[in-house]
Write a protein that binds this ligand. Structure first.
Ligand SMILES: [Zn+2]
Length: 336
């Protein structure tokens, strides 16, 4: 190589070395934003005002605020579903309604989850309709004061009807009343972990609670990965996911970590409207039965797949967590 060319080559090399860290950084940023834009999730929270497991209102208020704050901190536009029967506790009605307004003040939306949290599998259709009508009074008023309309409904236990006739009739009723059913794709038995956590908290077993939180987060990741895989198997891509969690003490503690893990997997948080705008969510729901499976299972059922087999493949809560939940329920059968 002639000297001038050699100088040019070394100058180019020096330039490339200087430029490369920035170039690598830009490439990394590009890749990260590509991942970010690839996955989206809408977050939904059930059983407002709160699943208290016997905690007094004072404690519930603090936990509810923590839960709302952790969603608001990441600008998660969540929809939260109310059981209005749980507002009517003597001497606490105003404070309990105030818990709902805090969700609205933080930019979240509220939906109807029935009066009494009645499961459709064991409830006749006329009683289901009554539970919807009775369960919308306060929430509708709170939304109206903000110029908003009550439009979301979630079935308790996501039981959508034991027969096709009952299911169709109830869905027609909901639509006529202005409701859109809020489906979900990701759930992770958070009520089992939360119940176990409530038992450990009552026993002041903080080391146990830390171990439980770790198991909870690990199980959450496994579940999210499972539903991502289900989505790819069904649609050849990952559709916008819809996450279902409950308002409880465990999630008041865990929500920042759950959201962080979703972000690390490349998720951006979107509204329920935005998630449902994806044509995949218009797929037929082929499930009729007593359980309340993920809509990814329901879409598979419509294609003739075996939903029971899909249930079996879902990552479950560890046995020791399930045992804590069972022990707590056995000791307090009247608690939620
Ligand atoms: Zn519920």
């Amino acid at each position: 190589m002639p000297p001038t060319h050699r100088r040019l080559a070394s100058a180019l090399l020096a330039f490339a070395l200087l430029a490369s860290p920035a170039a690598v950084l830009l490439a990394e940023r590009g890749a990260a934003s590509a991942v970010r834009s690839r996955r989206t999730v809408a977050v939904t929270v059930d059983d407002l005002p709160f699943v208290a497991y016997g905690l007094p209102l004072e404690a519930v208020r603090k936990l509810s605020r923590e839960l709302v704050a952790s969603l608001a901190a990441r600008k998660v536009p969540a929809v939260a579903f109310v059981n209005e029967d749980r507002l009517f506790v003597r001497g606490e009605v105003d404070e309990r309604i105030a818990l709902l307004t805090e969700w609205l003040d933080a930019g979240m939306e509220l939906g109807n989850h029935t009066f009494g949290h009645v499961g459709f599998t064991a409830t006749p259709l006329p009683k289901m309709k009554d539970a919807v009508v009775q369960g919308e009074v306060v929430t509708r008023g709170l939304l109206a004061r903000r110029g908003k309309t009550l439009r979301w409904f979630r079935h308790p236990f996501t039981q959508t009807g034991p027969t096709k006739e009952a299911k169709d009739a109830f869905e027609t009723f909901l639509a006529e009343r202005g409701y859109t059913v809020a489906p979900f794709s990701i759930e992770h038995e958070d009520w089992v972990f939360a119940s176990a956590d409530a038992k450990l908290a009552a026993e002041r077993d903080e080391a146990g609670r830390t171990r439980l939180l770790e198991a909870y987060l690990e199980n959450f990741e496994a579940r999210v990965a499972f539903y991502e895989e289900r989505s790819r198997a069904l649609f050849g891509r990952e559709i916008p996911q819809i996450h279902l969690a409950h308002a409880n003490a465990l999630n008041a503690r865990a929500m920042p970590y759950l959201l962080e893990r979703l972000e690390r997997r490349g998720y951006a948080f979107v509204t329920l409207d935005e998630a449902l705008a994806d044509p995949a969510w218009k797929s037929p729901d082929g499930y009729v039965g007593k359980w309340g499976p993920s809509w990814l299972h329901r879409f598979a059922a419509a294609r003739g797949e075996d939903v029971r087999a899909l249930f079996r493949a879902e990552p479950e809560a560890p046995t020791w967590v399930a045992q804590l939940d069972e022990a707590r329920r056995a000791a307090a059968p009247a608690a939620p």
